[in-house]
Design a protein around this ligand. Structure first.
Ligand code: URA
Length: 442
């Protein structure tokens, strides 16, 4: 078999066999297949798609490119959540410690920033010393000891996704349903969670722009979860405006800590409670979503969730003084608040434009392995539907380069659209898809 023939076959819209997919993934992980061939193949997949069978084979080939953990030997049930990528999406930082504080073990495998969307691992690295490259032994030991672990793809766990993810980020090959589904589900299978809540984002700041695409992705991932013997619930959630107010690594960590302290933006807090309630229900800690929500709200209110976050940071080598004093987190040298140029109702805060501006400021990567600036980003001060008076603060830019600051100002002003008539607030969620609805599930 030759890699080039597999690329040509996909370019010519033919279906790949399981052997071809396994050959390609194994060759890529071992280094025999170079990045340029993998990038060409990923572009062919993006343009021509994959059948359900190909996507399932790709997911399994990626999951089994490293170790696949069996957590049932460590904890009775471990849960995980995963977002398909959004702007200002710091949900993991709040939900995972909240659920763990309710007594449900959480084994989380996260990713880095991808395109205009931020990544949990980059955000957590705003806390000096925090390590996400855990070995299999460290991952298992921490889950058993602390009941909460947050790691990235490593040489041991889902290495194929680690390599392909970094390549897709900088080759325009993120927005593909089979590539996203296999990336997400290979990590979930490798990390061994038995019950998974999938946060499938839809809107201009998501990779899925329409509800029908989001539903297709949700069904596909729920089906793969079912095939691999896991329970999954996919929540289709809005990403037409940033989630919460902060976008950018350290800024988002600060907002997550505020939320863990019982405050935080109302939309973000509500989003976290909904995701947490589904996890508690799926993990059989709560008898209903309403009970799950009460449990999660109580853990946020009495400080247990924040305490769990501290424990997580400490267990993975992070300096907890940054959790206790978030003002120590990296801070940009240029901070400018821009006022609303007019009065009116906010009709749109284009999340993709805000995410791209954050990347332009340095929060994301242009090339594989590029360093990122943890301090920079954007804080919006309003949500769609708000009435804003001319001259009120509209957004704040955190920059380290004057030219990037000037560009960001223009882009962000253009990202806000106005109406003279009242505009309804955006919903947080649109639909729920369950693995128990998958074809063949009881
Ligand atoms: N999250 C992932 O883990 N992978 C993707 O491809 C997109 C979002």
């Amino acid at each position: 078999m030759r890699a080039v023939d597999i690329i040509i076959k996909k370019r010519d819209r033919q279906e790949l066999t399981r052997e071809e997919i396994e050959f390609f993934i194994q060759g890529f992980v071992s280094g025999e297949i170079p990045d340029y061939q993998a990038a060409a193949w990923a572009m062919a997949v993006l343009l021509n798609g994959m059948s359900l069978r190909e996507t399932t084979d790709l997911t399994l080939a990626m999951a089994y490119s490293g170790e696949v953990l069996d957590l049932s030997r460590v904890v009775p049930i471990a849960v995980d959540k995963h977002s398909t990528g959004g702007v200002g999406d710091k949900t993991t930082l709040v939900v995972e410690p909240t659920v763990a504080a309710c007594g449900l073990p959480v084994a989380k495998m996260s990713g880095r920033g991808l395109g205009f969307s931020g990544g949990t691992l980059d955000k957590m690295e705003s806390i000096p010393g925090f390590r996400s490259d855990l070995t299999k032994e460290e991952f298992l030991a921490q889950l058993q000891r602390v009941g909460l672990v947050l790691a990235g793809q490593t040489g041991d766990l889902a290495p194929a996704d680690g390599k392909l993810y970094a390549l897709r980020d900088v080759t325009g090959t993120v927005q593909s349903i089979p590539l996203i589904a296999s990336s997400v589900m290979s990590k979930k299978i490798a990390a061994g969670a038995q019950a998974i809540v999938l946060d499938v984002k839809v809107g201009n700041g998501a990779f899925m722009k329409s509800l029908s695409e989001a539903q297709e992705l949700a069904r596909l991932m729920a089906y793969i979860a079912h095939l691999s013997g896991r329970k999954a619930v996919a929540l289709i959630s809005d990403m037409n405006q940033p989630l919460g107010y902060a976008v950018g690594n350290a800024l988002e960590v600060r907002e997550a800590i505020e939320t863990l302290r019982g405050g935080g933006p109302p939309d973000f807090r509500e989003h976290c409670l909904e995701v947490a309630s589904h996890l508690l229900l799926l993990g059989e800690k709560a008898a209903s979503e309403a009970e799950g929500r009460e449990m999660a709200a109580a853990a946020l209110a009495d400080g247990r969730a924040l305490e769990r976050f501290r424990t997580l940071v400490q267990a993975q080598g992070g300096d907890v003084s940054y959790v206790d004093q978030p003002e120590k987190l990296p801070r940009a040298s240029l901070i400018e608040t821009v006022a609303a140029p007019r009065s009116g109702y906010l009709k749109e805060i284009n999340a993709q434009a805000v995410g791209e501006t954050s990347v332009l400021l340095g929060a994301g990567r242009a090339k594989k392995g590029d360093p990122i600036d943890l301090a920079v980003g954007v804080v919006v001060h309003h949500k769609v539907g708000d009435y804003v008076e001319a001259g009120e603060p509209l957004f704040t830019i955190h920059a380290n380069q004057p030219t990037a600051l000037a560009q960001a100002r223009q882009r962000l002003l253009a990202a806000h659209a106005w109406s003279d008539e009242p505009v309804p607030a955006l919903p947080l969620f649109y639909a729920v898809v369950r693995s128990s609805d998958a074809p063949g599930a009881e």
